[in-house]
Design a protein around this ligand. Structure first.
Ligand SMILES: Cc1ncc(COP(=O)(O)O)c(C=O)c1O
Length: 468
């Protein structure tokens, strides 16, 4: 398919580094054959990464070889499970180059679980602050409810169009808001799950210097970018492993700095999180981290599949995946920007960086008609479904980025939310009416580990078919 493409040589000329990533084409044929066998054009890697069949086989073999019992005991089958769980913790620290005396890996069910753990346990209080960027996933936004409930101030740092960067001047001003000695938490994503924009990792130390603990959301960043935790030292790092290598689902981690973890207080205790609990004495003693943060029985049969996934990613090499995604995304953006209707109007609008720099493989856009009106993203998804293109539409759980990109003002939003009939319930269609028929969402395409030139060409064909 690639050889027959007339534009492939042009693409290679512009992105010569792509030629160094052809081992991923072989990997796709070998380990992801189901993609082409079933005719899928998968462009939702920010939704979920894809697993190689070999990962599942290795996991299956591992489970078939031994008997694994519930950890937290000293019987042989329990110890066998504990050993694998602890081995996986070490593998995660190793993958992120995180010193074991500085960081702890806490297993959770996904990145949202990691974020909830921080939110419910962080010592927010009056005088304290939760500072976050507009560009954040809802599971980071949601921490504001814990902060507000405990009297902390919540401040959002706005974004700047058209690049969808964070307003650096506002960031610098906001970082001065931390009151010394108070609980101050600053949260931002290393890569936007809306626009693909990369945000500076240098902000971590700038924030530390001004008295903030830093939560760096790497859920969208980690699948295609190396993160070196011996170089950067965020306090809380939430991750979903299915986003990195597709399998297993249901396992995430909070990689936390020991010194920041010591500030957290859990709102309850559960099986596995304590050393001693007394009913008559009405007393409980928390275990050390990580146990104090892992409620009940871990998903001990799936956790070993995380090490298999990390090995899979390491064997390929993140730099290679990064180069491939960078090339394909750069080319796709360039080609998309050239598409016009017969009257010269653009076929689409891209939100965020319209070049390959400082961005990952996620592109948010809307299709426009020949008068410049946005075409409802739901109709785009329906049309893409018909040609087996898996893309995602909506606001991708990132309303802050969506509102800025789509030009929805805070005035419009509060007028909508304060209407008596919208007090407790608001449907999507009502919301659209409220904001005067403006687009309330976008189309997101995202390239990943085994994306290839043919996937990009398929999307370009689809985009061209929208021109009238
Ligand atoms: C940047 C970012 N943070 C957090 C999450 C939440 O991940 P999960 O749904 O696996 O909990 C996502 C999911 O898309 C994400 O993209």
């Amino acid at each position: 398919m690639i050889a027959s493409s007339t534009t492939y040589p042009e693409f290679l000329k512009e992105f010569p580094e792509y030629a160094q990533t052809t081992s991923l084409d072989e990997l796709r044929q070998r380990d992801y054959a189901r993609l082409d066998r079933n005719g899928h054009v998968y462009l939702d890697y920010t939704g979920a990464g894809l697993y190689g069949e070999s990962q599942v086989q290795k996991h299956h073999e591992l489970l078939s070889r031994e008997v694994y019992g519930n950890p937290h005991s000293s019987n042989p089958t329990s110890l066998a499970a504990t050993e694998l769980v602890e081995q996986t913790r070490q593998a995660i620290l190793h993958f992120f180059n995180a010193p074991a005396d500085e960081y702890v890996v806490i297993f959770v069910s996904n990145a949202s679980g990691a974020l909830k753990l921080v939110g419910e346990s962080y010592p927010f209080a009056a005088g304290g602050h939760y500072l976050l960027t507009f560009d954040n996933h809802n599971s980071v936004n949601g921490i504001r409810e814990y902060a507000l409930a405990r009297g902390a101030e919540v401040t959002y740092i706005p974004m700047v169009l058209p690049e969808m960067t964070i307003d650096e001047q506002k960031l610098r001003q906001s970082l001065t808001l931390a009151k010394p000695g108070q609980p101050n938490l600053f949260a931002y994503p290393a890569q936007s799950n809306f626009s693909g924009r990369l945000h500076s990792l240098e902000w971590i130390e700038q924030a530390h210097a001004q008295g903030w603990d830093v939560l760096l959301d790497v859920a969208a960043f980690a699948p295609t970018n190396p993160l070196d935790l011996s170089r950067y030292h965020p306090d809380f790092v939430p991750i979903s492993f299915y986003k990195m290598f597709g399998y297993p689902t249901g396992i995430g981690a909070l990689i936390a700095r020991r010194q920041a973890l010591a500030k957290l207080t859990r709102p309850w205790f559960a099986g596995g999180t304590i050393t001693v609990v007394s009913v008559q004495g009405e007393k409980h003693y928390m275990a050390e981290a990580p146990n104090a943060f892992e409620d009940g029985t871990l998903n001990f049969l799936s956790i070993p599949a995380v090490e298999i996934g990390l090995d899979h990613l390491s064997a390929i090499g993140l730099p290679k995946i990064h180069d491939r995604v960078h090339s394909l995304t750069g080319w796709l953006i360039k080609e998309l920007l050239q598409l016009t209707h017969s009257n010269g109007q653009p076929v689409l609008k891209i939100y965020g960086p319209t070049h390959a720099d400082q961005r990952g493989g996620t592109i948010a856009l809307n299709f426009l008609d020949d008068k410049g009106n946005v075409i409802d993203h739901r109709s785009i998804e329906e049309q893409a479904n018909r040609v087996k293109i898996s893309l995602r539409t909506g606001c991708f759980c990132n309303p802050g980025a969506g509102e800025i990109a789509l030009g929805i003002s805070s005035g419009e939003l509060s007028a909508c939310f304060t209407r008596p009939d919208h007090e407790t319930h608001l449907s999507y269609d009502d919301f659209r009416l409220c904001i005067d028929g403006k687009a309330s969402g976008a189309v997101r395409i995202s390239a990943g580990m085994v994306s290839n030139f043919a996937d990009i060409e398929a999307f370009l064909r689809f985009a061209k078919s929208m021109a009238i």
